[in-house]
Design a protein around this ligand. Structure first.
Ligand code: NDP
Length: 515
């Protein structure tokens, strides 16, 4: 098999050089693995259900208000690079105002409400989210670039499920923490990323409100729209003003928000670098902190795993949401004895992935969320080739506009390669091999991260053994990327600390007192 080290990797254009001729898998599936030998008819989801405003202000005190800076920025559709709307660019004064409003709402209304009353609002929000699920799915796909079938079938249902779940706890805190009195912390500052904007909002706002806190939330600048539509849900649910506040603007206002002296709790999801900066900024302040940061998960395939099922798990593990997933299975560890047939099947499967218009219901891999992220992915693909790993990309056609990259597979990867060490946050899979379970464990744990892992084997005892040895917050057995509101999620080491989801997620928003 020829290596591709002398070729320039292009990801946006439909270059015939990339991926062609480098790896020709056998014909178990669709010919020579080059492309699907038939056309899918377009199946576009209509975007008419979304009524975009030309401008979105800040959501503070239950109202949409103009930023005191007088400044706005544009959010774009990453699949077309077309502008979607203008959004308020908040400044420090806007942050101060939002925190003051949240504090007032905590003192005067939300912090005083009995749990059973808070629950009613949360149930109402969950119901409205379900009623408006199609609108949210289309908007989320427009602003993030993720395939509509994922926003429709995964993101939005999970968003509603989190509100249902935490609504159920709001009046049962005495049972959640038996023998203790659970008190809210006060004002929560919450900063969310661009890969699952509305889901990360739900992970943070639902438990915070259930426990009696008020919030100021800052969405990522490239994906503010679903949070701003959520503001409309808050109004529709008659949530008391100031309980949820949303400020949009650059990272520096996120920093101003977490440093604000009247904030009691900080929850952040995003890059490890920013997580560390936040940790340093609030150290010694007494604020509660949860950090959900990056990952470099190992997806471990033993030779007794059902091969076809494992292939689907590997594909879901790394190509779900274009690989822009903190817990993505970006390192495939495969037992040496099955490496060859598995890689061959995997290449065939990659050739069937449909890359393109995120609003098309057939699309498997949508657009990368922003230009900077695309550049980072391209740079790491180049690094993989330069360091001697072997590249395979199916020869699928990429749209001529927008931020697209082909599904990418690297074999002959060494542990020291950057593609095996660094979080790529894109549809790029690095394959390594192992011979024994101990070797798999050692390689899997050889990362600064510790967020998730996957184990594929038919032996239950082996699963239990692996789970105990793997230093990862979540280990999936014979599946991958499964999320449930009842289940805690979070990491070790540079993947952060604290848990979101389940009772653990509620615990992060309460102060426990002895009765
Ligand atoms: P960031 O960590 O910069 O962004 C995440 C959120 O933090 C955004 O809302 C961002 O705002 C905000 N933010 C940025 N700087 C600060 C700051 N100094 N203080 C407080 N908040 C801040 O991620 P990037 O968008 O830059 O992505 C870079 C890399 O991070 C990715 O390639 C990926 O590896 C990783 N990442 C991990 C995620 C995860 O789920 N764990 C999610 C997203 C990225 P703004 O958008 O305005 O800059």
């Amino acid at each position: 098999m020829a290596t591709s080290s002398d070729r320039k990797v292009t990801t946006r254009t439909n270059s015939a050089a990339v991926g062609r001729g480098t790896a020709r898998p056998s014909t178990w599936g669709f010919g020579d693995g080059q492309a699907i030998p038939w056309e899918y008819a377009p199946a576009p989801e209509s975007r008419e259900i979304v009524q975009l405003q030309s401008r979105y202000g800040l959501f503070v005190g239950g109202k949409e208000i103009a930023p005191r800076t007088g400044q706005w920025f544009t959010t774009i559709d990453p699949a077309t690079e077309e502008p979607l709307a203008e959004v308020a660019r908040a400044g420090v004064e806007d942050v101060e105002n939002a925190v003051a409003v949240a504090r007032r709402a905590f003192r005067r209304s939300w912090g005083q409400l009995p749990g059973r009353e808070r629950a009613k609002y949360l149930f109402r929000i969950a119901r409205i989210l379900q009623e408006r699920s199609r609108e949210f799915a289309v908007l989320e796909t427009l602003d993030t670039g993720k395939p509509i079938k994922e926003s429709r079938d995964v993101d939005i249902p999970l968003v509603a499920a989190h509100f249902w779940y935490y609504a159920g706890w709001a009046d049962k805190l005495d049972y959640a923490f038996p023998g203790r009195r659970a008190l809210p912390l006060g004002v929560a500052a919450q900063i969310i990323p661009w890969n699952f904007p509305l889901l990360m909002l739900a992970w943070k706002i639902a438990p915070a409100l259930a426990a009696g806190n008020t919030v100021v939330l800052k969405p990522a600048s490239s994906t503010p729209l679903s949070a701003l539509l959520f503001a409309d849900v808050c109004r529709q649910a008659d949530l008391p003003p100031g309980v949820v506040n949303i400020v949009t603007g650059p990272g520096e206002i996120g920093l101003a928000l977490v440093k604000h002296p009247d904030v009691d709790k900080v929850a952040f999801t995003g890059s490890t670098a920013v997580g560390k900066q936040i940790g340093r900024a609030i150290a010694g302040s007494g604020k509660a902190l949860t950090l959900e940061l990056g990952g470099k998960a190992a997806n471990i395939d033993f030779d007794d795993a059902p091969l076809d099922q494992a292939i689907e798990g590997i594909v879901n593990g790394i190509f779900f949401n274009q690989g822009e997933v903190c817990c993505a299975g970006s390192r495939l560890l495969v037992q040496e004895s099955i490496a060859e047939p598995l890689i061959e099947k995997l290449k065939d499967r990659l050739a069937t992935l449909r890359v393109g218009d995120p609003l098309d219901k057939n699309t498997d891999v949508g657009a990368i969320n922003n230009a900077a992220q695309l550049a980072k992915i391209e740079e790491l693909i180049e690094a993989g080739v330069a360091e001697g790993a072997e590249l395979y990309q199916p020869a699928c056609e990429l749209p001529s506009r927008g931020y697209f990259v082909r599904p990418t597979l690297f074999t002959n990867v060494a542990q020291s390669h950057r593609i095996a060490q660094e979080e790529i946050f894109g549809p790029v899979l690095s394959v390594l091999t192992f011979r024994t379970p101990d070797e798999a464990i050692e390689k899997a744990n050889n990362t600064p991260y510790g967020l998730s892992a996957g184990v594929w084997t038919e032996k239950g005892s082996r699963i239990l053994h692996m789970v105990k040895q793997l230093r990862a917050g979540v280990v999936w057995a014979n599946t991958f990327n499964r999320f449930d509101p009842t289940s805690p999620f979070g990491g070790y080491k540079e993947s952060g600390f604290g848990r979101e989801g389940g009772l653990h997620g509620l615990l992060a928003y309460v102060r426990l007192e002895d009765r």
